[in-house]
Ligand binder design. Sequence first.
Ligand code: GDG
Length: 480
Amino acid sequence: MRLLIVSNRLPLNGVQKDGKLHFEQSAGGLVSGLSSYLDSLKSSSAQDVEYVWIGWPGITVQDKLQTEVKNVLVDLHASPVFLSEKAMEKFYLGFCNKIIWPLFHYFPYNTIYDKDYWLQYQEVNKIFRDAVLEVIKPGDVIWVHDYHLMLLPALLREKLPQTPIGFFLHIPFPAFELYRLLPTAWGQEILRGLLGANLIGFHTQEYAQYFLRSVQRILGYGHRLGHILFQSHAVKVDTFPMGIDYQRYHSTPTGSEFGQNLNELEQLLDGYKAVLSVDRLDYSKGISHRLQGYKLFLEDNPQWREQVVLLMIVVPSRIGVEHYQLMKRKIDELVGEINGRFGTLNWTPIIYQYKFLPLDSLLAMYRQSDVALITPLRDGMNLVAKEYVAARTDQTGVLILSEMAGAAKELGEALIVNPNNIEAIAEALQQALTMPETEQIRRNQVMQQRLKGNDVVRWSGNFIQKLLQLQKEQFRALPL
Ligand code: GDG
């Protein structure tokens, strides 16, 4: 078996060395999970199992350099899809991040329904189809990822009627009343696009139900237990909550970098309780609501002033989209206001970093923080919540988690809050900071067991196994 993974971006970082462009595999959860899964297949079946990742390489590459870049990437199991800056502007910053992202995260007023964005989205999905057709061989299995490529399964199905095609959506699928806000023809084509797959996976049952409802209301296709007979093939809609690479976060890195980070943090936080907040800069992550919650906590609990520090990491993201620039300004102002109002000569209430951190630093922060405050307004899953719990090797620590994150379905032992309720965030902080250690351990033990059992290797394995099983069964769904 060979697996073709298709996503908007390749999991690679381009670096300039000796005046030449080199690519290194980035150590994301999906890459390490998939490679471990394929390694386990190889050892159990002695089969030759391989994967090739197809996606945009993260930079615009001039025509004359494309063959060279392709050759470099072959050794990294990657096949690049070259897109011009103009195409990326309308496809990625436009259709993906000014229409689908806000709408699917319940921010309908942030959407800009521009027809040029839609035309470019159709165009780019066709470019990806051609890129897959260029590398596909008999016997390959295709797994398409995320909202950038929702038309791709049907485009591939037209050309490859027998190939197993899976699709996984990493963000929420919204309720029908939200989905129907898309111009009708676009909404129909996206659903038909997804139904080109044999298996469509979501993080939670709710997202799967919302999708099935939209298919029924907009296209008129019913389902039986998630099975749909669509045109000439059968489709299964199912739930696959994504896990993390548990051991990676649970074990202690051997390099000196990690130890140094840990010591520095220990000194910085000496005498304080630490509350951690980590997200990409995004309005869906609820960062300003969270800051308001922390501000209220300091107002209501003067005894905690000079006793607690909020470590806030915001990772730059989608810099070209206006809503993100506005939000950055709002966060900067709020942090300044809180630090200015409550801070003293000896104490800064919020230590704020606007940057991407090396994994060792992030891991050291997970280890040194007494509380993780993760309160997205809407989030497909949220892996940071899972990583924090996994990283607590002594099993202490308290996770405060938004009920609007997919992860809340699996992490019920966390302190669950409604992220719009500023008072609830402030109260949860008070509860977390005074929770007895025995109770912290009791809650984390259960969550750690669950995360260990349902890690990312299991997640990818379950998805691929189901896809292959569907292909084998060639089940017949009965028309309703
Ligand atoms: C989408 C969905 C869904 C973050 N900051 C740093 C850093 N990270 C890593 C985390 C984590 C990942 O990035 C972020 O994953 P999330 O799940 O929290 O969020 P999204 O990026 O929005 O991902 C989401 C996910 O897809 C998977 O399906 O859960 O709902 O929106 O792994 O550790 N890593 C490093 N430095 C940082 O500063 N090294």
